[in-house]
Design a protein around this ligand. Sequence first.
Ligand code: FHN
Length: 575
Amino acid sequence: MLASLAAGFAIALAPQDPDKDARMKWWREARYGMFIHWGLYSIPGGEWNGQNYPGASEWLMTTAKIKPADYEKLQPQFNPVKFNAHDWVKLAKDAGMKYIVITSKHHDGFAMWPSKEGTWNIGNTPFKRDVLKELAEECKKQDMKLCFYHSIMDWHHPDYLPRREWDDRDASKADFVKYVATMKAQLKELLSGEYGDIGILWFDGEWEGTWTHERGKDLYAFVRSLQPNIIVNNRVDKGRGGMGGFSDAEFAGDYGTPEQEIPGNGLPGVDWESCMTMNNSWGFHKNDHDWKSAQTILTNLIDCASKGGNYLLNVGPSPEGLIPQPSQERLLEVGKWLKANGEAIYGSQAGPFVKPLPWGRVTQKPGKLYLMVFDKKASRIDLPGLKANIRKVYSLQGTKKEIIPVANSDRGASLTVPPSTENVPVYVMEVDGKVSVEVPPISPDNNGSLNLAAIDANTTGHAQYEGGDKQAIGFWTNAKDTVSWDVSPSTDGTYNVTIDYACPNEDAGSTFTVASGEAKVSGTVVGTGSWSTFQAVSLGQLSLKGGRQKLTVSVSNMPHGAVMNLRLIKLTKKS
Ligand code: FHN
């Protein structure tokens, strides 16, 4: 599903947008950016009237059902005296980030610059200063791209519709057309040069009924008319398709925006950026200390790059104007790795392996593959199905560029690597000419059985391989997603089919079919107790013809949030 969308997405924009490659060049090379959610919501920091509201603190006006008149009491409190644009931009630089996307206006409608449109803006606070201007000047000095996040949805503006149900203001005179005009006037303030060239207009809040495909196309054109080289994400229009973030071809927007997740498979030729929080809130949350580890951040960044995508990692500055210390520590640790190994990330393309590899990830540049090894204990690195004329392999880190022994065969390549003290060691494989990956179909084992393991599966949509304690296909949250294997039984035969899976009792009940052509067997997911409690269940018999074919697991009904975690399908030959 993603592959077809991806192709459509890339093809549809090409005819109307001949300059897209030039416009996107810096962004495709950047691979890593800083997201900043900062506004009045940093003052309450996820608490209201003494109650804690976990999750996204920037949503407090909604989660705590705060009337605009009460929320407005935050404006005279906003005085982030410790804000220092130089420090923020330097942190992004030291983190190895190449662009900053900061909230010019979030859903609360509060403008983080002294807008001429009304008084609901930073100019009318004790702080008064134009933080976007100060950041723009610092970004120019430090060679950092400045980008703006701008919410279409606006819970404060009297002309925005729909109103929140607890908003008791008279809506009879609300005029959405006037709201759009105000939004455009504010965007014109941001894009008319006073803040310099803006790298990305990162729209959001496009999901409510008043925002339409027509308005999205119009807004995309409007923004591009003000700064023709600007990049606009796909949330300007109506095509995001939920958190998965990818649009069908006819929707406006230059790239897909998966949120809090990374696509399961590589998407060569598709522009996308996965945005994530570092804890569980985009805005500053005084009670959320659930920080992702630096290792998780690093492997997420590498995973995105290996699939041809960018990683936009969020910080939520405090009401004093400081980026939380735990965020800074993690950013700097990943920055150290990038300082030594950034060659494998910046300017790289999706690696040739569409499916994730158990030991790590691969990016590529012309003539080079970069093998990034997550498992420091790994002594052997297998590259199944790799077809390449390998010149040599050496370690990227350290000065000695240690040569690594490599075995190359028609089934792929294998490296023997030394134990590494480095965090995520990187090996460079220099190659001549074309590189491709042709993973052979799964053939019967010595007993004539076919073992279809999750790591060898092809998935569509969000379904993807999960390592760790699962070693299974997980994130199977869409009934349209399928899991399949390329198999090649040598002769016709009948098999006993068993499936090894896990599923919590409360999520059980999905029905599915395992099929190859007309041959099929079906099953119903019975609870096993948890997402990591696996059990093998018989599905009955399947008769297959000999020869290469695709065996697919498809879902006929998914009554709850996910299908199952699928670890193995075993076809034991009967006759
Ligand atoms: O509702 C917003 C949320 O507050 C945050 O800004 C994220 C960042 O991508 N976007 C929306 C949720 O998809």
